[in-house]
Each structure stands twice: as C-alpha cells, then as structure tokens.
Ligand binder design. Structure first.
Ligand SMILES: NC(=O)c1ccc[n+]([C@@H]2O[C@H](COP(=O)([O-])OP(=O)(O)OC[C@H]3O[C@@H](n4cnc5c(N)ncnc54)[C@H](OP(=O)(O)O)[C@@H]3O)[C@@H](O)[C@H]2O)c1
Length: 252
C-alpha cells in the first residue's frame, strides 16, 4: 500500500472526484479527513472508506470553517501528509451576462477558498507533505461560458508554482495540479444547464473528447494517488492533464 500511516485531508470529499480520491487513498492505507457542506454525502463517503475517516461539515469559503477543519483534523490524527484541494464548482454563463454576485461566488470557492485552504493548513502540514490541487482544462483552454471559472482555475494553477518555490525549498512540501477534462460526476449536473438539455450537453462533451468518452472520477483519483505518494517525489509545481486528449490532440 502506498499511503500506509499517512493522513490525507480532502475538501469536497463527499461527491464525485473528491469521493473517488477518498476511496482510493483509503484503499492505499491512509487515514482520511473529508470536508463539505452536505453531511449526508460525507457520511456516504465514510461508509465506503471505513473507520479511519473523519467528517468535518463546513464551507471552504468560510475562514472559521477552515480553522475548524484543521483543528479537528489535528486533534484526531495529528499532522497532515497530504492535502487535496478539490472543492469547487462551475456555473456556466455568457461573459456578457456575468454579474458581480456570480463572479464573487465562483471566485470565492474556486480561487480564494483554495488559497486559504492551503495557507491555513501550513502549520499542520508535515515536512515533505504533498499538496494536490484540482484545477481544470478550462484553465488553459477557452470554453464558452467559463470566463470566471477558467480564470479562477488558471489562478490556482499559477498558485501551485509560487507556493512550490516557497514551500518546497523551506519545508520539502510539493504542490502539484491535476487538470481534468470532462469527468462523470454530479458536478456536471450543477453547471446551470437546463435539465432537458443535460443529456445533449453530456453528448457534446463526449464528442469533444478524442477518446470519445467522458472520464471517470477514478481516473482522476489514480493520478491524485501518484502526486500524493512518493512515486512523484521529483515532480513539483507541475500540472497533469487528465482529459482523454482534449487539450493536446486534434482529430482530423
Ligand atoms: N467533473 C468535471 O468534469 C470536472 C472537470 C474539471 C475540473 N473539475 C473540478 O473537480 C473538482 C470536483 O468536482 P466534481 O466534478 O467532483 O463535482 P461535485 O461532484 O459537485 O463535487 C464537488 C465537491 O465540492 C464540494 N464543495 C463545493 N463547494 C463547496 C464549499 N463552498 N465548501 C465545501 N465544499 C464545497 C461539494 O460538497 P458540498 O456540496 O457538500 O459542499 C462536493 O463534494 C472541482 O474543483 C471541479 O471544478 C471537475
């Protein structure tokens, strides 16, 4: 097992990619701390990950909730080996229609919360810890409707480089990024697409992928395992794209 005796904190661990990462890390022997706003979904994950799981109900955009996350985590498990900054969401809207409220909401969860989730973890991270940040291929490619989301995801990709410079030299902490393409999670249903257009949206996402399928959360989780474990000990400030070829292949 690759994560025996390790402690991993995963934000957004109650659903989709975060849940798959929690399950994978648990199978590999880690103790797990999962955070999200919906207690039921966190409990669902905990049923799959077993005894060594701590649930912290909270909102990553609230500083007091982040403080509580690290207090409860360190009370239960001590210092943290792995931090997966996964909580996030997308609301698609044409650039011209984005209002200040929607801009603030999306940048809060996808950028500001990521920044402070990491900053507030610092005194709880072990020397040599691994930070895995979930960005998106929208950080490097233009997708209609993703102006705020793409910019926020680009910001956290940049953040991984900067904090790696500071933290790796001082404390051996590596930060790396995963940028998924379309992945089959409940998140796709929260994009703001009307219910009767969802299956058409999923079909067009599938068609966009050179491998002609949407990825599974487990395919992101195996990449997260690589970045979280010593297998990636010489990988730092890097981005791994998990997108079935969307970013780099041009078919016909
Ligand atoms: N699915 C894709 O195609 C795809 C592609 C590229 C990138 N991503 C990224 O992958 C990450 C996971 O998304 P997913 O697809 O797995 O979506 P998901 O199934 O909707 O999961 C998102 C998770 O984030 C949590 N979350 C959202 N806002 C939160 C908040 N304010 N405080 C605490 N937790 C919060 C949610 O928990 P609660 O609702 O219980 O709070 C949920 O557990 C996101 O960062 C997303 O941008 C997804």
């Amino acid at each position: 097992m690759k994560l025996e005796n390790k402690v991993a904190v995963i934000t957004g661990g109650g659903s989709g990619i975060g849940q798959a990462i929690a399950r994978k890390f648990s199978e590999e022997g880690a103790s797990i701390v999962i955070m999200g706003r919906d207690k039921n979904r966190l409990e669902e994950t905990a049923q799959k990950t077993g005894n060594d799981t701590l649930i912290v109900t909270g909102d990553v955009t609230k500083m007091a909730d982040l403080d509580r996350l690290y207090k409860e985590s360190s009370d239960q498990f001590g210092k943290i080996d792995i931090l997966v900054v996964n909580a996030g969401m997308a609301t698609l809207a044409p650039f011209a229609d984005v209002d200040e409220e929607s801009f603030d909401f999306q940048t809060n969860v996808n950028f500001k919360a990521v920044f402070f989730t990491i900053q507030k973890s610092l005194s709880h991270l072990k020397h040599g810890a691994s930070i895995v940040i979930i960005s998106s291929i929208a950080q490097s490619r233009g997708f209609a409707g993703a102006s705020v989301y793409g910019a926020a995801k680009a910001a956290i990709r940049a953040l991984a480089r900067t904090i790696s410079v500071e933290l790796c030299l001082e404390r051996g902490i590596r930060a790396n990024v995963i940028s998924p393409g379309p992945i089959d999670t409940p998140g796709v249903e929260k994009l703001g697409v009307p219910q009767d257009q969802l299956s058409a949206t999923k079909n067009s996402l599938r068609e966009m992928v050179p491998l002609k399928r949407i990825g599974s959360p487990e395919e992101v989780a195996t990449t997260a395992l690589f970045l979280a474990s010593n297998d990636s000990s010489f990988v730092v400030g890097e981005e791994i794209i998990v997108d079935g070829g969307v970013s780099n292949l041009q078919l016909a």
